[in-house]
Design a protein around this ligand. Sequence first.
Ligand SMILES: Cc1cc2nc3c(=O)[nH]c(=O)nc-3n(C[C@H](O)[C@H](O)[C@H](O)COP(=O)(O)OP(=O)(O)OC[C@H]3O[C@@H](n4cnc5c(N)ncnc54)[C@H](O)[C@@H]3O)c2cc1C
Length: 408
Amino acid sequence: MKGYLSSQKKVECFGCGACVQVCNQNALSMMEDDEGFVYPAFDAEKCCGCEACLRACPYGNELPREGAPIAVFGGHHKNASILEDSTSGGAFSALVEAWFLREGNRAVWGAASHGIDVRHECALNFEESVRFRKSKYCQSDMGSAYADIRLQLKAGTFVLFSGTPCQVAGLRSFLGPRAYGGRLLTVEVVCEGVPTPLYLRKYIERLESGHGSKLAELDYRYKDGRRWDFQVMLATFEDGQYCKVDRWFNPFWSIWLQHLMSRPSCYCCPFAAPDRIADVTLGDLWGVHLYCPDLYSRNAGASLVVCNTEAGVSLLNDARSFLEGRNLEFADARRYQGPMRRPVGEVLSREAFMHDLLTLDIDDLEKKWAKRPSLKLLWCKYIWGNRQKVALWNLRRALVSKVKKGGD
Ligand SMILES: Cc1cc2nc3c(=O)[nH]c(=O)nc-3n(C[C@H](O)[C@H](O)[C@H](O)COP(=O)(O)OP(=O)(O)OC[C@H]3O[C@@H](n4cnc5c(N)ncnc54)[C@H](O)[C@@H]3O)c2cc1C
């Protein structure tokens, strides 16, 4: 059988913890390695040799994938404050609201922040699900989520599970072939990988010592009043101070987006492909200013929603009353979504970066590895950027329609 438990190859473990949760002997537990990523550790004395852990591993388990998407939607939430509180266009909140409006006992699982730690938790109504909003760029701890979901499904609850594609695969693999009357619906985020928490801890420690206060909240992508594609990081401290950094001046974004510190399995992720593992795939509507500028929403954020199954389409249809937008062609959307085509692939300098992460002080590490923005990039972002291009496009469109009306 394939998978980390039999091969001990780190690229063969997504860190989902399905193996740990399936083991009724408590013979496995998740342990952090020296790079900060979690892997199952095995206690041979407790093992009864049933191999349930090997069968639950999504790496070894070739799960059926969905083929070409059935529907592709681009747009944003109609409610301005939900849109501001969401990473992309708030499509996740629209799906969740529609989910809870349906009949029957319902639950939603998602990733919630606890300082810089992230855990998968359950919400039993829309208000409780608000804590799942926003992308936390760190692998979330699944705890006992899969086992709890199995109990909920067996008890007749309808469950919407949201997470990264490998976490969805972990859940499906854990549950096995049983369909539970179609009560499970899965929503995955487009995912380019998860970074090591080791760097983030050092980064936050430095911020805390600079501000003389503990971190209260970290928003990786604060929109700062219609600056969605600026990926502003906002750190709020316990004493009320805060600090904001735009993406081009933020070493976290620079280092991570060079793919120097992702989990080993992310470089060859089998779920970074056009055929998806979940009912619905959510992402940023990257390229919006190029192929559908009418959905730009003045840089307040835009979502891509890809429905891979009929159940996904049905939920999107219910959620449409909360959303503004329209159908798109998958071929157009996919052009701007690398993780929906192929995984990142090997990054040769990762090993050297990881060595430096363990040995250098954070300032020296960043001096060596974080890129400074070029003047051209700063010009494009702050002076003549997407916002201005879309404004020009709108002006041109308004003029053309005026001229056409005048001619009628
Ligand atoms: C680690 C990560 C990498 C991503 N990479 C890309 C990318 O390369 N390209 C792209 O287009 N989009 C990416 N996304 C998705 C994007 O950032 C938004 O999450 C998505 O578009 C949904 O946004 P929203 O506005 O609809 O809702 P939001 O309310 O912002 O979305 C919240 C959703 O994200 C889930 N979530 C948040 N943090 C985590 C986490 N740590 N682990 C698992 N699930 C989490 C929540 O459970 C919920 O389902 C990534 C998200 C994450 C978490």
